[in-house]
Design a protein around this ligand. Structure first.
Ligand SMILES: Cc1ncc(COP(=O)(O)OP(=O)(O)O)c(N)n1
Ligand SMILES: Cc1nc(C(=O)O)sc1CCOP(=O)(O)O
Ligand SMILES: [Mg+2]
Length: 201
């Protein structure tokens, strides 16, 4: 399984570019830059050093929600969520040629996203997480339902740690996307290596 870091600079004990540098240096497969409260200009300025780091390590960079920032820094793609442009508009109307990932929360959304040109899905939330307070986790059965509906890669998100990730091995998920476990770590490189050890088992 691949391992993706979803950024959250508010959880970080170090400056975000340093967290990204450590995760990328430790071998994370991709960075999903998700800083929803920033303006496009602020996000662009944060994305520039992160693009430089991921360029040097050959790590995939996906920008959550903001197609214009993804394009401006020549990221590998965009992750579209509930508040973003729909995948079909990004693909057909705008003609974006990068990766188009979609955040999905039901089998019907997964089918629709694939039909509309999504190249991968991020499905959640699978396990209990403080990042989705008051919402019940959907569990591995939900992940399996999504996998049964689509042929594109599906990445599991929500509550992924070195304790929960082992239960996803062999599930069919192409990868896992992790926020708190790495952003909030004293040593992001160590947290990344711990998760990679599970994901590459
Ligand atoms: C049931 C449900 N609805 C909406 C969301 C928000 O999804 P998303 O677009 O992925 O936004 P963030 O997770 O990045 O805040 C959800 N998680 N669950
Ligand atoms: C950003 C995000 N999206 C989710 C979804 O289900 O769409 S769960 C999530 C938060 C993931 O954080 P953590 O790894 O700390 O649980
Ligand atoms: Mg989400």
């Amino acid at each position: 399984m691949q391992l993706y870091l979803v950024t959250n600079r508010k959880q970080c004990l170090l400056p975000l570019p340093e967290v990204v540098r450590q995760a990328a240096g430790a071998g994370v497969n991709g960075i999903i830059l998700r800083e929803k409260d920033l303006t496009s200009r602020e996000l662009y300025e944060l994305a520039l050093p992160i693009r430089k780091i991921t360029g040097e390590t050959g790590t995939t960079l996906i920008v959550a929600d903001r197609l214009e920032v993804a394009m401006a820094v020549q990221a590998d793609g965009v992750l579209l969520g509930y508040s973003s442009l729909p995948p079909g508009v990004v693909k057909q109307t705008i003609g974006y040629r990068g990766e188009i990932w979609a955040s999905v929360h039901s089998p019907a959304e997964a089918r629709q996203a694939q039909q509309n040109g999504a190249t991968a899905l991020v499905a959640g939330h699978i396990f209990t997480t403080d990042c989705k307070p008051g919402l019940n986790p959907k569990g591995i059965s939900f992940l399996k339902e999504i996998l049964a509906q689509v042929t594109i890669p599906v990445i599991a998100i929500g509550g992924i740690t070195s304790s929960t990730a082992p239960s996803l091995i062999g599930s069919g998920a192409a990868g896992v996307a992790v926020m708190s476990y790495i952003n909030n770590a004293q040593e992001p490189s160590l947290a990344t290596r711990k998760l990679l050890a599970v994901c590459t088992r």
